[in-house]
Design a protein around this ligand. Structure first.
Ligand code: ZN
Length: 65
């Protein structure tokens, strides 16, 4: 298995870049869930399953594959 420095494609840099994962802000999601009377909860759940990967160079979201 690879170490923490994984490579992914950044569409903004137009290159293979190293990326890092950004932890989910659960308190913000909790507030949104309460505000939408629970409608947001499934989205929150789905987002907690998928990692939020961000380019080390420009900070854009990276599709890791
Ligand atoms: Zn980038």
């Amino acid at each position: 298995m690879e170490k923490s420095q994984e490579k992914g494609y950044c569409s903004k840099c137009n290159a293979q870049v190293s990326y890092h994962q950004v932890p989910i802000d659960h308190r913000a999601h909790l507030r949104t869930t309460l505000f939408t009377l629970g409608i947001w909860a499934p989205f929150w759940f789905l987002m907690s399953l998928s990692k939020n990967c961000v380019c080390d160079v420009c900070g854009e979201n990276v599709s890791a594959y």
